[in-house]
Structure formats: structure tokens, C-alpha cells
Design a protein around this ligand. Structure first.
Ligand SMILES: [Zn+2]
Length: 194
């Protein structure tokens, strides 16, 4: 039996989400049929709400609904943990081992993908270094993450700010967001100067 056209269309939307395969997407689409009209409306509203209201924090570049994110409002920026993506902020926050501020680059340097320093959120990092004691670079321990760390260290160290790199507790090529909290806590604790 072929899937009903509009159900298949919805499934193809769900399959755009990370970690959702074709089978799961179809299950989700059929589940919508059983939802109340009210729930479906709320679902649509929630989708639009996220798209319309989430923006980047003016200070750190993390996702926020305000001009400045909750972390920037509440925390000291004596230590700034630099990560590639907002999801990495969540990974570090989940360890509970860091109480400083963050800076989100929105990518890593990649000559292969034509991603240069101008494409990353670097200027605003340099602009907020006054009074900062340490910049901890927590990009993924892969080639691009390392290149980005070295590049940032070269820029920041001459400004008199200590630059450190999280330890290679997470194995080379693995991603921060998939590292378990204990491993990531250890990587933070055993960071080394760049
Ligand atoms: Zn912020």
C-alpha cells in the first residue's frame, strides 16, 4: 500500500530533523492524525514561535529570546569557554563543571568548506576580552577544531589573556555534544595552555 499523499509529505518534513529516519518520520506523520485539532494547532504555533523568536545573543552568539542571553546576564565573564555551536554550550552546561561565560563561533575554520575567520563569530569575541582572565577553547578535537584553536590562540595571547584548550579526554575526531558529562568534565579540568 502506498502512503497517503499528505501523510507522506508530512513524513518527508519530519525526516529533515536530525536523527529521524524515514520509518520514524512516517510514524510521526501517522501520529499526527490521532492528535486533537488543538494539539496540532499548538504544534504549528510552537514551530513558528521558535523560528520567529530565537535569535543570537549580542554578547556571546548563543541562542536566546532576548537581546542578551540568560548566561551572559547572570555569569562573570572572567573565564570564557569558546565553542563551535550552541549545542556545545548545552553539553558543557550539562557537566555542571563550568560557571563562566561562553562564546559561540557558529562553526570552525575549514579551508575545505571555504570557512574563513570572517565567517565565524570571532570579532565580537576579541571585543569582549577586556578584563577576561582565561579563554578556554572547547572546539571539537578534530582537524578543524584544532586549527580554530591554534588560530584563536595566536590572536588572543598577544592581548595578554591566558588561552587554554580542553584536554584530549574526548578522543580525536569525536564530537563534544556526544561526549558523556564525566569525560567532558575531565577534559575541562585537565585543560592545557596554548
Ligand atoms: Zn550570551
Amino acid at each position: 500500500m502506498r502512503d497517503i499523499k499528505c501523510v507522506a509529505a508530512l513524513a518527508s518534513r519530519f525526516s529533515m530533523l536530525p536523527g529521524v529516519g524515514k520509518k520514524t518520520a512516517l510514524r510521526y506523520a501517522y501520529a499526527v492524525i490521532d492528535m486533537s485539532e488543538r494539539d496540532v494547532d499548538a504544534f504549528c504555533e510552537a514551530l513558528k514561535d521558535v523560528k520567529q523568536n530565537v535569535k543570537l545573543c549580542k554578547v556571546c552568539g548563543n541562542f536566546t529570546e532576548d537581546d542578551v542571553c540568560e548566561i551572559c546576564k547572570a555569569r562573570s565573564a572572567k573565564q570564557i569557554c569558546v565553542v563551535a555551536y550552541p549545542k556545545d554550550v548545552i553539553a558543557v552546561e550539562n557537566t555542571g563543571a563550568f560557571d563562566g561565560a561562553y562564546h559561540v563561533l557558529h562553526g570552525t575554520l575549514s579551508p575545505m568548506n571555504n570557512r574563513t575567520p570572517d565567517d565565524l563569530n570571532i570579532k565580537s569575541l576579541l571585543a569582549r576580552l577586556n578584563g577576561v582572565e582565561e579563554v578556554i577553547i572547547a572546539t571539537n578535537p578534530d582537524v578543524e577544531g584544532e586549527a580554530t584553536a591554534v588560530y584563536l590562540a595566536r590572536l588572543i595571547k598577544p592581548m595578554g589573556v591566558k588561552v587554554t584548550r580542553i584536554a584530549q579526554g574526548i578522543s580525536m575526531g569525536s564530537e563534544l555534544e556526544y561526549a558523556d558529562s564525566i569525560t567532558l568534565t575531565q577534559a575541562l579540568g585537565r585543560r592545557t595552555a596554548l
